[in-house]
Design a binder for this molecule. Structure first.
Ligand code: HEC
Length: 146
């Protein structure tokens, strides 16, 4: 009886591993000229706190390959890159760029980086001052103020 109690969840866990979310491959050649241009301090903040989900420079942690955690991690990367990939910036039209700048102003105070991610990546946490800096930078690029 006890054996079954242990074996069934193990078997279910093993089966779960067969389901893997596929993140589209990064292009073989990433053009550095397409990357967003920003003052060095802003760029450093974006790299530290945003690039894991918003660039091709994705560092998937070990648990990111283990279901069910992988579902969460990989779908964040997939959707994050769709929302904005800072290494594809040069391919965006002005409308998309404006949408992202607005999005940053809107989300930087509480939604980005994702709180769930921050639990596992304390180094990506932004101080209030750093958030304010990113916000001011994004605002300075917004054409018509709301
Ligand atoms: C753990 C992954 C992750 C990290 C880290 C992360 N994001 Fe995101 N981001 C997402 C996902 C997933 C979406 C799309 C779903 C959503 O909007 O919640 C998104 C959406 C966005 C959007 C579009 C939101 C909108 O409503 O217009 C912006 C702008 C954004 N992120 C900026 C940032 C910035 C700036 C950082 C760093 C300070 C950051 N993100 C860090 C995962 C992440």
């Amino acid at each position: 009886m006890l054996k079954h109690l242990i074996l069934w969840p193990l078997a279910a866990f093993a089966l779960l591993q067969l389901i893997q979310i596929k993140i589209p491959d990064a292009p073989a050649k990433i053009d550095p000229a397409k990357e967003i241009k920003a003052p060095a301090d802003i760029k450093a903040l974006l790299k530290r706190s945003c690039y894991d989900c918003h660039s091709y420079r994705t560092d998937i942690p070990w648990y990111g390959h283990i279901a069910p955690f992988s579902f969460e991690v990989k779908s964040h990367i997939k959707e994050g890159r769709l929302a904005v990939n800072f290494q594809e910036w040069g391919n965006y039209d002005e409308e998309k760029k404006q949408r992202v700048y607005h999005g940053i102003v809107k989300t930087i105070d509480w939604r980005m980086p994702l709180p769930m991610y921050l639990d596992a990546h304390p180094e990506a946490k932004l101080t209030d001052k750093e958030r304010a800096k990113i916000k001011a930078w994004a605002k300075s690029h917004i054409k018509e103020q709301e």
